[in-house]
Design a protein around this ligand. Structure first.
Ligand code: ADP
Ligand code: RBF
Ligand code: MG
Length: 381
């Protein structure tokens, strides 16, 4: 068989985790705990999200009581924060690629199970805000239906049993370490989608680590491939960002020969956090100069090991002069690839030029070119 990508073990079923994998729950967890700890005069430091990921509510609460030296019991904490969480469920957003994945797999009748450490009742409520999700699953199991939650394999073994298949015929998709451990202990294939940035090195026991659900290739597991990639690009729901061009790290032109017109991320933190890091493309409106094709990276630039998530558009046009301070508007219409690390600067540069060629060509497609005339890009003097 001639496939460009390595084929992993073939499976017939998929078992998904919910929080952090399909749903962006981390933001809600932070919000609730910030408010709650404030009442105790404590300050929430985001690091806790990592400790809580993949835990049962009881374990998570117990970790918070201990780490913050709270004077209440774990049960008291739970009974106080549970209603705070319930109020937030309607605000939980689907992670990029969730709808697409569920639609694709259910359309192809791939048997799917949902296995979450959350109690069944909470799962049902969370699912109810997302159309078509509940019906996608032939099996839904909550943490309250097994004696031990993840990292015990019990919940996944029970899912396989209810799906009527061998554990070895299942691939698990998980964002948390306990979830990955549970999946491997169950004898299943595991794809990790770490929800916390820059943690992928911890996921060595997973069979594959991907950056977001956009990067899942079901065909690697013998499942039907997505058919929505066009000319090496994935169309996304277009989004906008704009502002004056600011100084970046001073590396683009000097080190790479690829200038990137950086935008301030101030005020855009939540917008940026909604989009997985990676290489995207679209159209750029630049003050009164015009509208140009654009390819950009969102992320931490693994090669340079940045600590901040940045947005760096390279306009596919030769300019005679710099344009710092000018108003730049972007419409992002498609996705190309996740960020990668490179063994040499040359290979990074080569890859970015390839991204540029892909964007150049794809933007000619009516699907993408129709945004060129969008009024958002037209900036009046
Ligand atoms: P910085 O680190 O300050 O962003 P760069 O070396 O990346 O510095 O240079 C980026 C600057 O180069 C932009 O802010 C812009 O003023 C200018 N520039 C010139 N041509 C381009 C282009 N084709 N795309 C993006 N920026 C460009
Ligand atoms: N940096 C990386 O470390 N890995 C990447 O995969 C990567 N891809 C990029 C793709 C494009 C289209 C652009 C414009 C930049 C990319 N960069 C990447 C970022 C590059 O390192 C960045 O422009 C420099 O850090 C300059 O600030
Ligand atoms: Mg730059």
């Amino acid at each position: 068989m001639s496939t460009a990508r390595p084929l992993k073990k073939l499976v017939s079923c998929i078992i998904l985790d919910l929080d952090g994998t399909l749903l962006n729950t981390d933001g809600i967890v932070s919000e609730v705990l910030k408010v709650y700890l404030g009442k105790y005069g404590k300050q929430w430091d985001g690091r806790e999200v990592q400790k809580i990921a993949g835990k049962t509510p009881l374990e998570a609460a117990s970790a918070v009581v201990e780490d913050y030296g709270l004077s209440c019991t774990t049960n008291e904490l739970l009974s106080e924060i549970t209603p705070l969480f319930s109020n937030q469920w309607c605000n939980i957003k689907a992670l990029p690629g969730s709808y697409r994945l569920l639609k694709h797999l259910s359309g192809h009748r791939v048997p799917m199970a949902l296995a979450s450490n959350s109690p069944k009742e909470n799962i049902e409520t969370k699912l109810s805000f997302h159309q078509g999700w509940k019906e996608s699953f032939s099996v839904i199991i909550g943490g309250d239906e097994v004696s031990l939650g993840k990292p015990s394999p019990e919940i996944f073994l029970e899912a396989a049993k209810r799906l009527n298949v061998e554990p070895s015929s299942c691939v698990v998709i998980e964002d948390s370490l306990p979830g990955v451990t549970a999946g491997k202990a169950a004898g299943m294939e595991v794809v990790a989608v770490p929800s916390i940035p820059k943690q992928s090195h911890l996921y060595t026991s997973a069979d594959e680590v991907i950056n977001s659900l956009l990067d899942l290739r079901p065909e690697m597991w013998g499942l039907p491939p997505f058919q929505d990639w066009i000319k090496d690009t994935l169309p996304i729901e277009p989004w906008h960002i704009g502002g004056p061009v600011v100084k970046g790290f001073g590396r683009g032109s000097k080190v790479l020969g690829i200038p990137t017109a950086n935008l301030s991320t101030e005020g855009y933190a939540s917008l940026l956090s909604e989009h997985p890091s990676g290489v995207y493309f679209g159209w750029a409106g630049l003050s009164t100069r015009g509208v140009y094709k654009m390819v950009m990276s969102i992320g931490w630039n693994p090669y340079f090991n940045n600590t901040e998530k940045t947005i760096e558009p390279w306009l596919l046009h030769d300019f005679d002069e710099d344009f710092y301070g000018e108003e730049l508007r972007l419409i992002i219409v498609g996705y190309i690839r996740p960020e990668a690390n490179f063994s040499s600067l040359e290979s990074l540069i080569e890859k970015i030029h390839e991204d540029g060629r892909i964007a150049e060509e794809a933007l000619e497609l009516p699907l993408y070119s129709k945004y060129k005339g969008d009024s958002y890009l037209k900036i009046s003097a």
